[in-house]
Design a protein around this ligand. Structure first.
Ligand SMILES: NC(=[NH2+])NCCC[C@H](N)C(=O)O
Ligand SMILES: [Mn+2]
Length: 316
């Protein structure tokens, strides 16, 4: 069996709604209520966040708290790089989705020669940049950070010079080269995008398996085709944003969207994908219990986490 390491990242500064930093602990409460021994099996490591920046107020309208985001990304990057060098399999429990960029930077830094593919299960494409973001929330930008995209063709904002200097630094964490080719991204259930993102999806021919397609093809076929799309990649990272689930289920998350996956679909999908031997890291993000009742979102997310991890363990 591969050595699994749980990584906790309680960042919420890059989300537009407060509370995603509590997602990790909500997962633990869900585990206790379920009387699961999950959290006794793997000892977790905690990555320092920069949520204290929230008290100071935001100075960057088109990339909110980018100074804090930069710090967190460096922390996540160095943690993940070390774990990968120790041949550990990181299972990352995170808050806002921006930190997935740090995860990807770390994976790439540990094995720069390996071509890295990404399976992004999410309602959103998270391909924005400070030049295109409609909200300024940096959880909408991680894939642009790691692919080193500015998307100036679709520029709508005029970010401040200081914002752009942080943006340049972020893109260079782990080295001044793209960590992924955008063509090596596969989306699943992405259904709420803005024009600048649609432009990039088209430009790079990024494959998205819509919810309808998931239902049409069935989970095993989708998993198979997603992995086939990334056949030339040497290692794979799976990012599971709980807002990929239908908004009737994903109440406890900052940006819920209708027409998403069912719980069963999400569980089967992750359990299937993680069997591929190239997968070297799995991440779950954006649980926000302050928007929820009875910790429902975390209970569902915990089921996904537990079953996906079991599939990983059983297949090694
Ligand atoms: N990881 C997420 N929940 N991302 C939501 C992004 C929503 C929207 N595209 C924005 O940039 O504001
Ligand atoms: Mn996301």
């Amino acid at each position: 069996m591969r050595k699994i390491k749980l990584v906790e990242v309680r960042s919420e500064i890059a989300a537009g709604t407060r509370g995603a930093s509590l997602g990790v602990d909500a997962l633990k409460i869900a585990s206790l209520d379920k009387k699961s021994n999950f959290f006794t099996q793997f000892d977790p490591i905690n990555v320092p966040d920069a949520n204290n920046f929230l008290w100071k107020g935001n100075k960057h309208p088109h990339a909110k708290y980018i100074d804090g985001v930069y710090q967190v990304l460096k922390n996540v990057y160095s943690t993940i790089e070390s774990l990968r060098l120790e041949k550990k399999f990181p299972i990352v429990l995170a808050g806002d989705h921006s930190t997935a960029a740090g995860t990807i930077m770390g994976i790439k830094a540990a094995h720069p020669e390996k071509r890295l593919g990404v399976i992004w299960i999410d309602a959103h494409a998270d391909l924005h940049t400070p030049y295109t973001t409609p909200s300024g929330n940096m959880h909408g930008m991680p894939l642009a950070m790691v692919a080193q995209l500015d998307n100036l063709e679709c520029k709508v904002n005029q970010p401040l010079a200081e914002t752009l200097s942080y943006w340049e630094k972020i893109k260079k964490i782990g080295g001044d080269s793209p960590k992924i080719d955008p063509r090596d991204v596969v989306f699943i259930s992405v259904r709420d995008t803005e024009e600048p993102e649609d432009f990039l999806i088209k430009k790079y021919g990024i494959k998205n398996f819509s919810t309808a397609e998931v239902r049409q093809l069935g989970i095993s076929k989708v998993a198979q085709e997603a992995l086939q799309t990334l056949k030339d990649c040497d290692q794979l990272y799976i990012s599971f944003d709980v807002d990929s689930l239908d908004s009737s289920i994903s109440v406890g998350t900052g940006t819920p969207v209708p027409n998403g996956l069912t719980v069963e679909e999400a569980i089967q999908l992750n359990a299937e994908l993680i069997k591929d031997k190239r997968v070297c890291c799995w991440e779950i993000v954006e649980v926000n219990p302050t928007l929820d009742t009875e910790n429902t979102m975390a209970e569902i997310a915990f089921d996904v986490l537990e079953i996906t991890t079991k599939s990983l363990v059983d297949n090694f």
